[in-house]
Design a binder for this molecule. Structure first.
Ligand code: 5GP
Length: 199
């Protein structure tokens, strides 16, 4: 006899992408702190081998790991998707994501272009991709320089070069948001998320 168990609908994936300095992380952090959205959406925390920035906290912004630990987790298939960005590894831990989606919970991700494309490929039906555009390259430069307290001019230059390339991928995304004014961009992102959660 067949059981008439109703399968729970999988949760939604919201991938926020865009060049370094576009403000995508701030947008997703603010979104998950929103009273209404905070109850529905959590932010995925990635693993990274890059050094921690002064304002970042381990376990909140990233899980900071050594390259050896990253490779061990990768080999053990504990990483859902990963990328190498300016020489460092970044990856999404598999466990929490799969468990939450199965229960119908929603997750927001800040990923590079490769990660966005991959999640869309793995979860085509429930992934929504959003590209965040900076108002101008000058603003982008000021943001990247402003947050890197380090004297690493080379990394700032590399991020800027990559940002210019990344901008051309905007048309591959489901939505584009211009982050000229944080409150306006946040409102747009909130509308997108609420519409898809309700659908
Ligand atoms: P940042 O060093 O600026 O924090 O991150 C560099 C880039 O890596 C950003 O575009 C960020 O969104 C992306 N990124 C962070 N975590 C992950 C991840 O787990 N997977 C992928 N594919 N990209 C990530």
């Amino acid at each position: 006899m067949k059981t008439a168990g109703r399968q729970k609908k999988q949760g939604k994936i919201f991938v926020i992408s865009g060049p370094s300095g576009s403000g995508k992380t701030t947008l997703l952090n603010r979104l998950t702190q929103d009273k209404e959205i905070g109850k529905l959406l959590i932010k995925s925390r990635s693993l990274t081998t890059r050094p921690r920035r002064w304002q970042e906290r381990d376990g909140r912004d990233y899980f900071f790991v050594s390259p050896g630990e990253f490779k061990r987790l990768l080999k053990a298939k504990k990483i859902l998707e990963w990328t190498r960005y300016l020489g460092y590894y970044y990856g999404t831990p598999r466990g929490e994501v799969e468990a939450r989606l199965k229960k119908g919970g929603h997750i927001g991700f800040c990923l590079d272009l490769k990660g966005a494309a991959l999640l869309k490929k793995i979860y085509p039906k429930n992934t929504v991709t959003v590209f965040v555009l900076p108002p101008s390259l000058e603003t982008l430069k000021a943001r990247i320089e402003g947050r890197s307290r380090s004297t690493d001019k080379k990394e700032v230059a590399q991020r800027l070069k990559l940002a210019a390339q990344e901008l051309s991928a905007a048309s591959d995304f489901d939505y584009c948001i211009l982050n000229n004014n944080l409150q306006v961009a946040l409102k747009e992102l909130k509308e997108i998320v609420l519409t898809h959660i309700a659908s």
